[in-house]
Design a protein around this ligand. Structure first.
Ligand SMILES: CC(=O)N[C@H]1[C@@H](OP(=O)(O)OP(=O)(O)OC[C@H]2O[C@@H](n3ccc(=O)[nH]c3=O)[C@H](O)[C@@H]2O)O[C@H](CO)[C@@H](O)[C@@H]1O
Ligand SMILES: C=C(OP(=O)(O)O)C(=O)O
Length: 434
């Protein structure tokens, strides 16, 4: 099996070109099914979830071609069924977008349950509620679910909670539905806006994306075209934090600075300084960090996907920090791993109390999901001795080439092959010491 080995590398220094957004790409790729002509997408990262989508697309008849310049062309003109491979659908989270994207055209979608990072509970009741209001019927089976709709009709939908997934899924379904759909309490995330911009360019009638009320007037068909995905604000945020934990200077390029507002505000409270270009942000840190309090929230609040790398950063901040995880109250799998490295963190319900300044020591640790992986890389940069991270496949779900990106700012890390039994033994010894 592969592991990442890294060690303290001094102040990070240099610049990183930020890849296209994973979460937006997942939505855009599925949204292409709505079109009646080929679509070319630029900036789609070459990551596990995208490769799975290409395989799913291939099986339903949507040919995808990755060009030498990295663009992907998807041809939805020959889609012949909406029977989505169960296992592939369950190997990543956002497979549910195929429901919204195929329901109007086929009247029935069969698909595996969503997978992806597991934070104990990730319900889809708001997807069910929204699509049901538009005329869909769900039926749940052991390893898959089916959604049928004789006709999709516009509806007034009040979400019970703010969800980017259900907002996008209902928006996709509404594009070819009959009449007007109004989504109230909609998510304002940049990924929602990116999807709406692309669909509008192809002929959809969506207004209000980026606010909490989105109106969609159904159209008969969409022409294809070209679209460039937005940059990955979550990867960019984690690189800014790398400057903080190493006392260095890191520039992220090809970003949209506005998408990182709450992250930058929080890092400023902690003591980082920033310079902005039109499409770049430089974070500078002396390495002296102040404790803070943070509550995760939906956009434009502090993103839950940045909570894990922030936890690593706060283990090195002077004083007591409190992180309150409001989106996924149990998203703290990384805490046990940080404790193994010497971090002083108490958990009370959905809050982590971090006494900053405890020295970290390199250890064997497991990345249970993408952002836990980023968190452990950051912690490893503040630790004495080498850190060995297992669960590399989770990190690879989010990063096109995490090693190259971290190396470009001077981080010393490598991918090593080890015997799985050896890694398990090392992790077992580490947890027995806790
Ligand atoms: C592929 C993708 O884009 N993943 C992101 C997306 O996940 P995902 O789209 O799954 O997350 P949502 O925005 O839907 O979830 C936000 C909140 O709504 C709740 N909820 C969601 C749906 C539902 O039907 N019922 C319900 O109660 C969730 O439990 C959570 O508390 O947004 C999350 C929150 O920003 C991020 O962590 C993920 O990286
Ligand atoms: C939770 C995440 O992804 P997903 O929703 O795809 O599991 C993430 O990107 O941090």
């Amino acid at each position: 099996m592969n592991i990442i080995r890294l060690e303290r590398s001094g102040p990070a220094s240099g610049s990183v070109k930020i890849q296209g957004s994973k979460n937006s790409s997942l939505s855009l790729m599925a949204a292409c099914c709505l079109s009646d002509a080929p679509v070319t997408l630029s900036g789609i990262p070459d990551i596990y979830d995208i490769r799975v989508i290409c395989e799913i697309a291939d099986r339903i008849g949507m040919k995808t071609v990755r060009h030498p310049n990295g663009d992907i062309t998807l041809d939805p003109t020959k889609i012949h069924n909406a029977d989505i491979d169960k296992e592939k659908a369950s190997s990543y989270r956002a497979s549910y977008y195929f429901v919204g994207a195929l329901l109007a055209k086929f009247g029935k979608v069969s698909i595996g349950f969503p997978g992806g990072d597991n934070f104990v509970s990730r319900p889809i009741d708001q997807h069910v509620k929204g699509l049901t209001a538009m005329g869909a019927e769900f039926s749940f089976h052991e390893d898959h679910y089916t959604v049928t709709a004789k006709k999709l009709t516009g509806a007034d939908i009040y979400f019970d909670t703010i969800t980017s997934g259900a907002t996008i899924n209902c928006m996709l379904a509404a594009v070819l539905a009959e009449g007007r759909t109004v989504l109230r309490g909609a998510a304002k995330d940049p990924e929602v806006v990116d999807t709406a911009i692309m669909l509008n360019a192809f002929g959809a009638k969506i207004s209000g994306a980026g606010t909490d009320t989105i109106r969609i007037d159904g159209v008969r068909s969409l022409a294809g075209g070209q679209h460039t995905v937005i940059p990955d604000r979550l990867i960019a945020g984690a690189f800014l934090m790398t400057a903080g934990i190493t006392g260095g200077s890191v520039t992220v390029t090809d970003v949209i600075p506005d998408h990182l507002g709450s992250c930058i505000a929080k890092l400023t409270e902690i003591g980082l300084q920033f310079e902005f270009g039109d499409q770049s942000i430089t974070a500078v840190s002396t390495g002296t960090l102040k404790a803070t309090r943070v509550r995760t929230a939906m956009y434009p609040g502090f993103a839950t996907d940045l909570q894990q790398p922030l936890t690593a950063l706060l283990t090195q901040a002077q004083g007591r920090s409190i992180i309150n995880e409001k989106i996924y109250p149990k998203r703290f799998q990384h805490v046990a791993q940080l404790r193994r490295m010497g971090a002083d963190i108490d958990m009370r319900g959905s809050a982590a109390f971090i006494r900053g300044g405890a020295p970290l020591k390199g250890s064997w640790v497991h990345a249970s999901d993408i952002r836990a992986g980023t968190c452990l890389i950051l912690a490893g940069l503040a630790a004495d001795g080498p850190t060995h991270i297992t669960g590399v496949e989770h990190i690879e779900r989010g990063y096109e080439d995490a090693l190259a990106a971290f190396r470009s700012i001077g981080v010393r890390l490598s991918l090593e092959q080890v015997d799985a039994a050896h890694a398990e033994e090392k992790l077992r010894i580490g947890s027995a010491k806790l």
